[in-house]
Design a protein around this ligand. Structure first.
Ligand code: FAD
Length: 191
């Protein structure tokens, strides 16, 4: 019974809730390893606004590990350092780059919608990865060794694992009552 269910088209090894950079990278990473993955996002298109603007060499290496370095590299602008200023151009935070990465720099500027587009296209390489856009995950329920995922009252998938990459306001975190761990970072101490 369980085996038949596992082979059905709406059974996945992993359902990934949220297809921002984190969810899309997870889709590529797990897709490359042959897992049956369903990635779900409530919006049809990538949020067309440059939110995150900086990645370091370690993130570039992760993108490289899923075979997308050639697509990403031309989109990156190497950075010698970073200064964050207030409206009067007083420096609030500054950091200098020491490059030991083998890339042009250890730090890069990028446009988040471009990164998301590369990661979305990357998923198309994997027949075992399905992306579903315009679907809001509104509930999930654990039953024995599987998780059942719902959008409104429709059951959209069953899976062995569920990854929450649904952003800062995470529906999943709220549903599971997981608190935010405040590390007490104080921006006034960064000068
Ligand atoms: C205004 C603004 C400015 C920012 N500026 C910077 C910056 O300068 N530098 C920087 O490093 N970072 C910045 N960030 C943060 C950066 O955008 C995030 O760190 C990054 O997007 C996090 O990626 P993520 O994949 O974890 O989540 P997100 O990009 O938030 O993606 C989460 C995805 O989950 C989807 N989702 C959520 N709930 C559900 C659900 N129930 N069902 C289906 N889908 C769901 C959402 O539609 C979304 O696509 C900024 C953010 C904002 C809002």
């Amino acid at each position: 019974m369980q085996n038949n269910e596992n082979n059905s088209s709406n059974f996945f090894d992993i359902v990934i809730c949220g297809l921002g950079p984190v969810g899309l990278l997870a889709c590529n990473t797990l897709g490359l390893r042959g897992y049956r993955v369903l990635g779900v996002d409530r919006f049809e298109t990538a949020f067309n606004f440059p939110r995150a603007i900086h990645i370091d060499e370690e993130i570039v290496r992760i993108v490289q590990s899923v075979g997308l370095l050639d697509e990403l590299m031309p989109r990156l602008k190497p950075s010698d350092g970073l200064e964050i200023v207030d409206k009067n151009f007083n420096v609030l935070f500054s950091a200098k780059t020491i490059s030991e990465s083998g890339f042009a720099s250890s730090h890069f500027l990028f446009l988040q919608p471009e990164l998301e587009s590369i990661l979305r296209k990357g998923c198309e390489r994997f027949p075992n990865v399905t992306l579903m856009f315009g679907k809001d995950i509104t509930d999930f329920r654990q039953e024995k060794e599987r998780i059942i995922v719902f959008s409104k009252h429709e059951q959209i998938a069953k899976a062995s694992y569920f990854i929450a990459s649904d952003g800062a306001k995470s529906f999943t975190r709220n549903k599971l009552g997981i608190a935010i761990n405040d590390l007490g970072f104080d921006t006034s101490n960064t000068r």
